[in-house]
Design a protein around this ligand. Structure first.
Ligand code: ATP
Length: 691
C-alpha cells in the first residue's frame, strides 16, 4: 500500500478542514474533533521529524487553546458543557475548615459522580441530535474521522472489511463511547486522570469502557505483543495497513495502539503525562498483517524496542513502586526525612500497594522488619485464614485489627517540628528522650532507654496532638491516635478488647507511638461512681502499659494528652514518667503562627501590623490564633457584593489586610480562662517535668 507523505500530500486536507472549522457550519463537537485531530497530526508530524520542535510547540499551543476554548465553554451553542467546573464546585463544597483537608475527588470516583454522569449524558444527547448518522458513526470512534486526520491516511484507505468492522465497532461503542471519548470534556478529564492515550490519527483509541476500566485496574489486563488474545474477534484486522503507530483493534478489552518508531519522541512530546501510556503497545495487528510493505513491517520491527517501554503506571502505582524500591534498599526502617520521614500508619506502613486491601500485621521474616506483607501488595485481608498471623495477634479479633486500621491509624500529612510554634523546651526534651532513642535504640540502652509513657498537659488547642504526631513522624514510628472518650463511648462493651488489640497491633508495628487524647477520661481517679466498663478499660490499659514498660525490647511510646491533668490518678501518673506542660503560645510563637499562615495567603500585612496582631492576641491558644487568621481571611470576601462572588476571579479578591484582623478580633476570643491557666501552672509545679 502506498504511504502518503504526510506533510505534502494532505496539505489541502488540512486547509479544507480549517475552512470547515472557521466557516461556522460545524457543531462544537465537530470543531473539537478537528482541533484534536490537528493536535494529533502536529504531534505525529513532529515525531516523524517533518516539522521542528519549535514549530510543533507553537502549533500545538495554538490548537490546544482553540480546543480547550470549546470544551471549557458552558455555552451550549459554542461549547461542550464541560462539567469540570461543577466537579470543582463539588470538591470545594466538601472542603471543611480543616487546613488538612484533602479532596475526596479522585480519578477513581470522579466518573461516578452523579453530576458527571448527567453532564456526559447531556453531552451525548446533544451530540447525537447534532450529528448526521454517518458522521456519528465515524466520530463515535473518536479522533478518527476522514476530516479529522488531515494529511494522514483516511479511513477510506482501510480495507472495506475493515471499514465495515469499524462502523460496527463504532455502533457498538456509540452507546458508551461518548461518555468518555465523544464528549471532549470527558476526554479532558481522562487526560488529567489517566495519562493520555498516544492517539495518532492512525489509531483507534481505546474505547471508553476500556479506558475507564484500565484507569481502575492499573491497566494490567492487556495481553501484550502479538498475543492472539490481544485482538478480539471484534478487532479490526488492519491487514495491509499496519504501520508505525498503527493499531486498529476496536477491542474493548485491549484497544491498544502500537507505538510508532518515534514513540520515545512522542512520549517526550506529551511530557510528563505520557511516561508510558494508558495503552500498552500491542503488535497483534501487525502480526496479523501479511503485508510485506516496508511501512507495515516497520511497525512490527519495533516490537523489541517497544517491549522495553515501561507499561503505564498511575501516579499511585508509581508511588507505591518507588516506596517498594526504597524499602528494598533500606536495611531497616526508613530513616526520617526532614519532613517527617516516612509516615507510617497501621496498615499503610505495611505497604498495601495501590490495589491491595488492608493487610494485617504479620511476623517479621528474615529480619525484614516490614514483614512479609511488604512484598505482597496483593496480600489477602486479615480474615484470610491462609495469611500468616503474628503470634501476638492470635487472640485478637480480625475485626478489631481492621477497626484499628480504619479508625485509629492516622491519615493526615506528616508534621515537622517547625510546624509547631513555640514550646521549645517540650520539643527539645521530646527529641532527646523520645525521638533519638527511637531512632537509635542501639545507643539509647540501659539508663538511656526511652520512657514508655509521657504526658502532655495544658490548655486546649496548644499543639499537643501536633506534638504527638510529630514524634511519630520524626522517629519513623507508626502513629496510632485515639481519643480515650471514644474508647469508652464508641466501642461500648468493646473498649477493653480495643485497648488490648491496639497494643497488640502496635507491638507488631514497632516502633509505634500510641497517642491517647483526653487520657484523663481513661485514667481518672477511681471512684465509687465509676462505671464497671470504664474500670475494666482502665485496668486493661494499665496492664498493657505495664507490659509495654516491662518488655525492654518493645519500642512503643504512649503519649497521653490532657486538659485536665489533675484528674489523672496516681497510678497512671506514675507510669507516664515525663509530664510536659504545653502552655499557651508566647508572643514569638503567636507571631510565628500568623506569619506562617499568612505566608500562604494573599496578604498585605506589614511587620508592624503583625506585631500589633501578636500584641492584641495575648492569651490566645495556637488554635485560637489559627481561628483568628481564618476569620480575617474571610474579610476580603465579606467586603464583596454577593453578586460579585459568582463572577470574580480569584486574583481580583483583595489581599487580607489589618482591618480584617481588627474585625476578626471582635469575634474570636481566647478560649482559655486565666483561672484555668493558674491550675495548669500549679499542677506543672507539682508534677510537671519542666523547668
Ligand atoms: N504550637 C502551635 N503551633 C502551630 N499551630 C498550632 C499550635 N498549637 C495549636 N495549633 C493549631 O491549633 C490546631 C489544634 O492543635 P492541637 O489539636 O494540636 O491542640 P491540642 O493541644 O491537642 O488541643 P486539645 O487539647 O483540644 O486536643 C492545630 O491543628 C494547629 O492548627
Amino acid at each position: 500500500m502506498e504511504t502518503p507523505t504526510h506533510s505534502t500530500v494532505h496539505l489541502s486536507d488540512w486547509q479544507k478542514s480549517y475552512f470547515a472549522i472557521t466557516s461556522g457550519t460545524c457543531t462544537p463537537g465537530q470543531k473539537a474533533d478537528e482541533y484534536r485531530a490537528k493536535i494529533l497530526h502536529i504531534q505525529y508530524a513532529w515525531a516523524n521529524s517533518e516539522i521542528s520542535q519549535v514549530c510543533a510547540a507553537n502549533l500545538f499551543k495554538k490548537y490546544a487553546e482553540k480546543y480547550s476554548a470549546i470544551i471549557d465553554s458552558d455555552n451550549i451553542e459554542t461549547g461542550l458543557n464541560n462539567y469540570a467546573e461543577n466537579i470543582l464546585t463539588l470538591a470545594k463544597c466538601q472542603q471543611n475548615d480543616s487546613d488538612k483537608w484533602q479532596s475526596a475527588l479522585t480519578t477513581d470516583n470522579v466518573l461516578d459522580l452523579k453530576c458527571v454522569q448527567e453532564r456526559m449524558q447531556a453531552g451525548k444527547n446533544f451530540h447525537s441530535s447534532q450529528m448526521a448518522p454517518a458522521a456519528a458513526c465515524v466520530l463515535a470512534d473518536k479522533g478518527v474521522s476522514s476530516s479529522a486526520a488531515p494529511g494522514l491516511p483516511k479511513l477510506s484507505n482501510l480495507s472495506s472489511a475493515g471499514e465495515t468492522e469499524l462502523c460496527a465497532g463504532s455502533a457498538k461503542c456509540a452507546s458508551r463511547g461518548p461518555d468518555l471519548l465523544e464528549h471532549p470534556s470527558s476526554s479532558k478529564s481522562l487526560q488529567s486522570s489517566v495519562p493520555p492515550v498516544t492517539k495518532t490519527p492512525y489509531m483507534l483509541p481505546a474505547s471508553s469502557a476500556s479506558l475507564n476500566e484500565q484507569g481502575h485496574t492499573g491497566f494490567q489486563a492487556t495481553p501484550l505483543f502479538g498475543s492472539k488474545e490481544a485482538t478480539s474477534s471484534s478487532s479490526l484486522k488492519a491487514s495491509g495497513n499496519c504501520r508505525d503507530g498503527q493499531h486498529l483493534s476496536a477491542s474493548s478489552q485491549s484497544a491498544v495502539p502500537a507505538w510508532s518508531t518515534s514513540s520515545g519522541k512522542r512520549k517526550a512530546f506529551y511530557g510528563l503525562a505520557d511516561e508510558g501510556s494508558t495503552v500498552i503497545p500491542s503488535l497483534a495487528a501487525c502480526q496479523a498483517s501479511t503485508s510485506a510493505e516496508t511501512s507495515s513491517s516497520s511497525g512490527c520491527r519495533n516490537r523489541n524496542e517497544e517491549s522495553s517501554i515501561p507499561s503505564f503506571r498511575t501516579a499511585k502505582e508509581q508511588l507505591w513502586a518507588d516506596q517498594q524500591k526504597k524499602s528494598q534498599n533500606l536495611p531497616q526502617r526508613a530513616p526520617v526525612s526532614s519532613h517527617g520521614g516516612v509516615k507510617k500508619s497501621l496498615g499503610a506502613g505495611r505497604s498495601r500497594g495501590p490495589f491491595g486491601k488492608f493487610v494485617p500485621p504479620v511476623p517479621k521474616q528474615d529480619g525484614n522488619e516490614n514483614g512479609g506483607a511488604q512484598s505482597k501488595p496483593h496480600a489477602r485481608g486479615p480474615t484470610d485464614p491462609l495469611l500468616p498471623v503474628d503470634e501476638r495477634l492470635k487472640n485478637i479479633e480480625p475485626k478489631m485489627v481492621e477497626l484499628i486500621m480504619h479508625e485509629i491509624m492516622d491519615h493526615g500529612p506528616p508534621v515537622n517540628w517547625d510546624d509547631i510554634a513555640g514550646v521549645e523546651f517540650a520539643k527539645a526534651t521530646i527529641k532527646e528522650i523520645v525521638v533519638w532513642p527511637m531512632l537509635r535504640p542501639d545507643i539509647f540502652t540501659g539508663l538511656r532507654g526511652p520512657p514508655k509513657g509521657i504526658l502532655l498537659f495544658g490548655p486546649p488547642g496548644t499543639g499537643k496532638t501536633l506534638i504527638g504526631k510529630c514524634i511519630a513522624c520524626q522517629s519513623g514510628a507508626t502513629f496510632f491516635s485515639i481519643s480515650a472518650s471514644s474508647l469508652t463511648s464508641k466501642w461500648v462493651g468493646e473498649g477493653e478488647k480495643m485497648v488490648r488489640a491496639l497494643f497488640a497491633v502496635a507491638r507488631c508495628q514497632q516502633p509505634a507511638v500510641i497517642f491517647i487524647d483526653e487520657i484523663d477520661s481513661l485514667l481518672s481517679q477511681r471512684g465509687d461512681g465509676e462505671h464497671e466498663s470504664s474500670r475494666r478499660i482502665k485496668t486493661e490499659f494499665l496492664v498493657q502499659l505495664d507490659g509495654a514498660t516491662t518488655s525492654s525490647e518493645d519500642r512503643i511510646l504512649v503519649v497521653g494528652a490532657t486538659n485536665r491533668p489533675q484528674e489523672i490518678d496516681e497510678a497512671a501518673r506514675r507510669r507516664l514518667v515525663k509530664r510536659l506542660y504545653i502552655p499557651l503560645p508566647e508572643a514569638s510563637a503567636r507571631k510565628q503562627i500568623v506569619t506562617r499562615l499568612m505566608s500562604k495567603e494573599h496578604c498585605s500585612l506589614n511587620e508592624e501590623e503583625i506585631d500589633l496582631i501578636v500584641k492584641k492576641s495575648n492569651g490566645f491558644s495556637g488554635a485560637d490564633m489559627t481561628q483568628l487568621c481564618r476569620e480575617a481571611s474571610l474579610g476580603p470576601i465579606r467586603s464583596l457584593q454577593s453578586t460579585d462572588i459568582a463572577t470574580i476571579m480569584p486574583e481580583q479578591v483583595r489581599p487580607i489586610a489589618f482591618l480584617d484582623f481588627e474585625s476578626a478580633f471582635r469575634t474570636v476570643r481566647p478560649s482559655v480562662s486565666s483561672k484555668d491557666l493558674e491550675l495548669y501552672e500549679t499542677w506543672n509545679q507539682t508534677f510537671g517535668c519542666g523547668r
